[in-house]
Design a binder for this molecule. Structure first.
Ligand code: ME8
Length: 514
C-alpha cells in the first residue's frame, strides 16, 4: 500500500476538561463529537494520534456544589467524572486517556510547572482584592462588572453574580508577558482559530494585562502550592496543566518529547482567554514550548435559546442518541453547525438532516447500487467497460475528495469537509438518474456494469472518508462493499476488484419515521 499522509508522525489533540459539578449536557457532547471526528480523521490519515480528554475536578464551585449536596467533594468529583466518561464512551469517542485532575500524576505535573514559573521569578506573594465569578472560576476587573437590578455585582458579559474576595495569594507576573504574547499572535497567526477570535484576543491583550492571582487560601479543594502550606493553586493553573500531564510531563520524558507541544487544543469560545493568554504565558514562564493551535468552537443553543435548567430545555445527550441513533446525532451536529460558530438544534432540523442527507442522499444511493449489483450481477462487483466523460468526471470528483476533505479538516472546517462529500453524493444521484441503470439492464448489461461500478466506487470512497463522523455506519457500508481490513485513507486510492462477491445488502441509513 502507498505510504500514508501522516507517515506515523505524532499529533496531539485535546478537548477542554469539563467541570464535573453536574451532569454533562449537549454542549459537552458537541465538543467531544467534534474533537473525536478530528482525531479519527488524523488517525485514518496515518498520524500517530494521541487524544486526551477528561474532567477538571478542582475549584471553589465544585466545593460549593458538594456542600450543597451534602457529600464529600471527592465523591462528587468521582461520581460526575464517571458520568462524563460514560458519555464519552456512549459517543464512541476514541480518546486515549480520560484524565481527572485528581489523578496522582497530575499533581506532580502541576507542582513541576509551578516550580518552574517560580524559579523564573514570576510568582510573588501579595494581597488580592477583587471580584470573583465562582461559576466560571474567573477574576473580574471592576471595569468588566455592573450592578444588576437586585443590587448584585455581576459580570457584564455573562451576568453571573460575583463575590468579593480579599486574601493573601500568590500572583503570576502576567503583565510581563504582554509583548511576548502579542509577538506570538503576530508571528503565528494560526495559533488561534477561527480568525475572528484572534482579533478579540489581540485587542484584549493590547488593553493591558494585570498580574493574575494564582493561589487561594479560603478553601482547600485543589492542588497544594509546593512548600507553601495553606495555599492551593487557582483552579485554572492546574486545569491547563492537564495537557502536559496527558503526555507524561514531567516524569515520562520519551512520551513528552514525542507529543509535546500539542498540535491542537479544542475548546469552547467562552474559555479562549484562559487558553490563548494565560496558558501560553505560563508555558513561556516555565520555559516550555507552546501548543501549535487553539481552536474555539461555538455554543449550541436549543432552537436559538440558551440551554438552562430554569427554561427546562436542557437536552440530555443520551436521550438524543436513544431517539435518533449515535451516528445520525454525530452527523447532525457536525454538518448543521459551521464549526467555530454558534449553532442551534431542534427536533425538526435533526429529522430533516437524517432523512435528506443520510437516508436519501447516501443511504438510497448505496442501497440502489448494491441491490442492482445483487440483481443484475449476482452480487459480484461488475467489470467496468470503457468510461464515458460522465463516468470519468464522477470518478475524478470522488478521487479528489481525500485532499479536499483533508484541507477542510486541517482548518477544523468539519462542516465543509462533509459538504464536499455530500456534494459528490448529490452529483452521483443525478448521474444515476440520468444513466438509468435499471433501464440499461434490459438492453446493455456491460454499460449497466460500468455505471454501477462508478456508483459503487463513489460509495466506497465517501464511506472511507466519512468514517470519522459516521464510524459505525460507514464500517457497515465498507463491509457491504467487501472492503478488507485496511480502511485508512491509503485505501481511497484502491479500486473495487471486479468479480468480488458482495454480501447481501441491508439498508444502512433508515428514514426517521418518528
Ligand atoms: O470551562 N455549547 O468546563 P465546562 C458548546 N473546566 N460548548 C459548550 C457549551 C454549549 N452550550 N457549554 C459548555 C470549563 N461548553 C473548564 C475547562 S480546560 C483546561 C478547563 C464547552 O464544563 C465549554 O466551552 O464549563 C468548554 O470547552 C467545555 O464545554 C467544558 O466546559
Amino acid at each position: 500500500a502507498a505510504a500514508s499522509y501522516g507517515a506515523g508522525r505524532p499529533y496531539y489533540l485535546t478537548t477542554a476538561i469539563a467541570y464535573p459539578n453536574g451532569a454533562p449536557h449537549i454542549g459537552h457532547a458537541y465538543e467531544y463529537i467534534s474533537a473525536d471526528a478530528l482525531a479519527r480523521f488524523k488517525r485514518l490519515d496515518g498520524f500517530d494520534l494521541r487524544f486526551l480528554t477528561g474532567t477538571d475536578v478542582h475549584g471553589q464551585k465544585m466545593q460549593q456544589t458538594a456542600e450543597k449536596e451534602g457529600i464529600p467533594t471527592a465523591e462528587l468529583a468521582r461520581r460526575n467524572s464517571d458520568s462524563f466518561q460514560a458519555l464519552q464512551d456512549r459517543l464512541g469517542s476514541s480518546y486515549d486517556r480520560f484524565i481527572r485532575t485528581s489523578d496522582d500524576d497530575h499533581k506532580r505535573a502541576s507542582e513541576a510547572i509551578w516550580q518552574r514559573m517560580s524559579a523564573n521569578g514570576d510568582i510573588y506573594l501579595d494581597t488580592y482584592a477583587g471580584w470573583y465569578d465562582v461559576r466560571d472560576e474567573a477574576f473580574y476587573a471592576e471595569a468588566d462588572t455592573t450592578v444588576d437590578d437586585d443590587g448584585n455585582r455581576v459580570a457584564t458579559d455573562s451576568g453571573h453574580v460575583l463575590t468579593w474576595t480579599e486574601e493573601q495569594t500568590y500572583f503570576f507576573r502576567l503583565s510581563a508577558y504582554q509583548d511576548r504574547l502579542l509577538d506570538l499572535y503576530e508571528s503565528h497567526p494560526e495559533f488561534i482559530g477561527p480568525d475572528t477570535r484572534r482579533n478579540e484576543v489581540i485587542s484584549f491583550v493590547k488593553g493591558g494585562l494585570t498580574d493574575l492571582s494564582v493561589s487561594r487560601t479560603t478553601f482547600d479543594w485543589g492542588v497544594p502550592v509546593p512548600d507553601h502550606p495553606g495555599h492551593v493553586m487557582y483552579v485554572w493553573v492546574d486545569a491547563l496543566t492537564n495537557y502536559l500531564t496527558g503526555v507524561g510531563f514531567p516524569d515520562d520524558q520519551a512520551t513528552y518529547d514525542r507529543y509535546w507541544p500539542a498540535d491542537l487544543h479544542i475548546i469552547g469560545k467562552d474559555i479562549i482567554r484562559f487558553h490563548c493568554v494565560y496558558w501560553p504565558a505560563f508555558l513561556m514562564s516555565a520555559g516550555l514550548p507552546l501548543p501549535k493551535r487553539v481552536f474555539a468552537h461555538g455554543f449550541l443553543f436549543n432552537k436559538g435559546e440558551k440551554m438552562s435548567k430554569s427554561i427546562g430545555n436542557v437536552v440530555d445527550p443520551d436521550t438524543l442518541i436513544d431517539e435518533y441513533g449515535l451516528d445520525p446525532v454525530r452527523y447532525f451536529f457536525l454538518r448543521e453547525v459551521s464549526y467555530g460558530q454558534d449553532g442551534s438544534y431542534s427536533t425538526d432540523a435533526i429529522v430533516a438532516r437524517i432523512n435528506a442527507d443520510l437516508a436519501n442522499e447516501f443511504g438510497n444511493l448505496a442501497q440502489r447500487t448494491l441491490s442492482m449489483i445483487g440483481k443484475y450481477f449476482d452480487g459480484a462487483v461488475p467489470t467496468p467497460g470503457e468510461y464515458t466523460d460522465a463516468d470519468r468526471q464522477l470518478l475524478s470528483a470522488a478521487d479528489g475528495l481525500l485532499s479536499a476533505v483533508r484541507n477542510h479538516f486541517d482548518e477544523q472546517a468539519i462542516h465543509l469537509g462533509l459538504e464536499a462529500l455530500w456534494s459528490v453524493l448529490a452529483d452521483t444521484n443525478r448521474y444515476i438518474s440520468a444513466q438509468e441503470p435499471w433501464k440499461l439492464a434490459k438492453t446493455d448489461l456491460d454499460r449497466t456494469g460500468t455505471v454501477l461500478y462508478a456508483c459503487a466506487e463513489v460509495v466506497r470512497i465517501v464511506a472511507l472518508l466519512a468514517q470519522p463522523v459516521l464510524p459505525t455506519s460507514c464500517g457497515t457500508l465498507l463491509d457491504l462493499l467487501a472492503v478488507g481490513e485496511r480502511r485508512d485513507f491509503t485505501a481511497v486510492a484502491d479500486r473495487l476488484t471486479p468479480g468480488t462477491e458482495l454480501p447481501k445488502p441491508t439498508p444502512v441509513f433508515p428514514r426517521y419515521e418518528g
